[in-house]
Design a protein around this ligand. Structure first.
Ligand SMILES: Cc1cc2nc3c(=O)[nH]c(=O)nc-3n(C[C@H](O)[C@H](O)[C@H](O)COP(=O)(O)O)c2cc1C
Length: 248
């Protein structure tokens, strides 16, 4: 049996939680178990901004975040969700995401299928999904769909069709094809690994990503390779010059 971890980030277990729950039976039919992590039930504290996780891989804040991060790494797939709060994600989710900052530098969820969900009274679903997509791209995840519901559709559960790509990706039945934004983001992360932090450089080297246009196991189109490589060259030139100027 495969396992999916869903991150629930409302203060209550209502619209968004129900939307996550609506996937349970469909996932079970596909031999996938669903486990929901409701952040409000856990002790999760704010990032202190000390940079220790980026520089040393260790976080001085002692709470339940590490356990959630470990469970996400072990899972076969992820569902990341938030209600729309004031045109953005909930504070609970933002607090949690800030604690994953080192995964921007050293992606730890590479190739993990992820499904994004939000619920809203009326607006800003697209803004929230765009942000969740950005974050999951930083983590190295493989996007498998974006789902939203509004006041008109709160009671409509997730459909089989909306889950199809996610289930197939978990069972490795479809190729992983990143979009252009994801290829570009990878170049920025790679350039930082090359020129900014030695710890990132060894991590990227160890994973053989320094010479890649995208992560191993993905299929990148020829034009994405071309754009990705040219963009990386441009970035490198800028960063080398910056290094030189700061030495002078
Ligand atoms: C603090 C707060 C801020 C909200 N901000 C917005 C908003 O900016 N736009 C909107 O359309 N709905 C907004 N809503 C409505 C929620 O997005 C909507 O009710 C959502 O489905 C709640 O999800 P939940 O039941 O999982 O908590 C807000 C609700 C709350 C409590």
């Amino acid at each position: 049996m495969k396992k999916v971890i869903a991150i629930s980030s409302s203060g209550r277990k209502k619209n968004t939680y129900k939307l996550i729950e609506s996937t349970r039976q469909l996932l079970k039919d596909a031999e996938i178990e669903l486990e929901i992590v409701h952040l409000a039930d856990l002790n999760i504290r704010d990032c202190r901004g000390c940079d220790a996780c980026i520089l040393t891989d260790k976080c001085p804040v002692k709470d339940e975040v590490t356990d959630v991060l470990n469970r996400m790494q072990e899972a076969d797939g992820l569902i990341l969700t938030s209600p729309v709060y004031m045109a953005g994600v909930s504070g609970q989710l933002k607090r949690f995401i800030d604690r994953t900052c080192r995964w921007y530098h050293r992606p730890a969820l590479v190739g993990k299928p992820i499904l994004l969900m939000t619920t809203t009274a009326g607006g800003y679903a697209k803004d929230v999904l765009t942000y969740l997509n950005k974050v999951s791209t930083f983590w190295g995840c493989r996007s498998c769909g974006e789902i939203f519901r509004t006041v008109r559709s709160w009671d409509v559960g997730v459909t089989e069709k909306e889950l199809e790509a996610f289930i197939q990706a978990i069972h490795q039945q479809r190729p992983w094809k990143p979009d252009m934004n994801q290829v570009i983001t990878f170049q920025v992360q790679k350039a930082l690994a090359f020129y900014a932090l030695p710890r990132d450089q060894s991590y990227w080297k160890e994973h053989r990503w320094l010479d890649a246009v995208y992560y191993e196991g993905s299929q990148v189109a020829w034009y994405q390779k071309l754009v990705g490589q040219s963009f990386f060259k441009l970035l490198s030139r800028g960063m080398k010059n910056q290094k030189k100027t700061s030495k002078d």
